[in-house]
Design a protein around this ligand. Structure first.
Ligand code: MG
Length: 253
C-alpha cells in the first residue's frame, strides 16, 4: 500500500518557502552558467545562496552525494557531480536543486543551453518543458498517478524522443522522496491501478527526455546517469501541490 501524506495549510506554506528558495537558486546558477565556468563553482554559489536564505542543501550527504546541486551536461541525464569540467559553448546543462526549509523540502530542475545551442538541442529542451506542462495540467484532487505519467509519455512519444524510465518523480514533503513514485510512462493496464492523489498531496514531477533511446547507465563515480547511446538528454522538474482547483507550483519565484 502506498501511503501518501497530504499537507495542511501551514505545511504547504513551508514547502512554498523551500520551493521559492529553490527557484531563486536555479535562477542565480543559470545566470552564472557561461562558457569557461567549472560546475564546482556553480555548486559553491548555489550552496552559499541556499544558506544565505536560511535553507539547507537537501542533496548534500543524501546517500553520500557530495554536492549541493546536480549538474548534468549533454548526455548526462541526472545526478551529475559538480567538478572541474568547464562549460562550453553549445552544451546543454541540467541543474537540479533541493532545499530543506523549516523541515520541508523543495526540489526542482531546469535544463538550458550554454551560449548558442543547435536546433536539435533547443527542440529537445522545449519538448521536455512541454511534457512537464502537460503533466501539470492534469493535476487536480483525485488525479491518478498514471494520468500524470501518461501526459508526460504522450508528449515524448509524439516528439519521437526517448523517455528515461529508470528514474521517476516522487512524493515530497518532510522527506525529499516520499510515496508515491511518479513514473514518466504508463504500462498497459496500469491506468486504473495507480493511487489517486488527494488535495494537499505534494509531488515532484520530473520528465527526462533523450534524443534517441531511453536506456541509461551509471558512470563509475557511482552517481552520474548518462544515456547509453551518449545522445543528449534533458530534464526538468517542479514541486507541485494538489490544490482544490488544480496544481499549485511550489518551486517558482
Ligand atoms: Mg526530484
Amino acid at each position: 500500500m502506498t501511503k501518501i501524506y497530504p499537507k495542511n495549510a501551514a505545511q504547504l506554506r513551508k514547502m512554498r518557502e523551500a520551493g521559492r528558495i529553490v527557484a531563486e537558486v536555479l535562477e542565480i546558477v543559470k545566470n552564472e552558467s557561461v562558457p569557461g565556468v567549472k560546475t564546482i563553482k556553480l555548486d559553491r554559489i548555489a550552496e552559499a545562496a541556499i544558506k544565505e536564505r536560511g535553507g539547507k542543501p537537501a542533496f548534500k550527504g543524501y546517500r553520500g552525494f557530495p554536492a549541493s546541486i546536480c549538474a548534468s551536461i549533454n548526455s548526462e541525464v541526472v545526478h551529475g557531480i559538480p567538478g572541474a569540467r568547464k562549460l562550453r559553448n553549445g552544451d546543454i546543462l541540467s541543474i537540479d536543486v533541493g532545499v530543506f526549509w523549516k523541515g520541508f523540502a523543495g526540489d526542482a530542475a531546469i535544463t538550458f543551453g550554454i551560449g548558442r545551442c543547435n536546433d536539435a538541442a533547443m527542440a529537445l529542451m522545449r519538448k521536455t518543458e512541454d511534457a512537464l506542462k502537460a503533466a501539470l495540467r492534469v493535476v487536480r484532487p483525485g488525479v491518478r498517478v498514471s494520468e500524470i505519467s501518461q501526459a508526460v509519455e504522450q508528449v515524448a512519444l509524439k516528439g519521437k524522443y526517448g523517455l528515461v524510465k529508470k528514474y521517476t518523480g516522487h512524493g515530497i514533503g518532510k522527506e525529499m522522496h516520499e510515496p508515491p513514485q511518479i513514473p514518466n510512462y504508463v504500462s498497459t493496464g496500469l491506468l486504473k491501478k495507480t493511487p489517486r492523489l488527494p488535495e494537499g498531496a505534494t509531488i515532484a514531477i520530473e520528465p527526462m527526455l533523450t534524443e534517441c533511446g531511453g536506456d541509461v547507465e551509471v558512470l563509475s563515480d557511482g552517481w552520474t546517469v548518462v544515456t547509453a547511446d551518449r545522445k543528449l538528454a534533458s530534464h526538468v522538474e517542479h514541486t507541485v501541490a494538489v490544490g482544490p482547483e488544480g496544481p499549485v507550483l511550489m518551486t517558482v519565484l
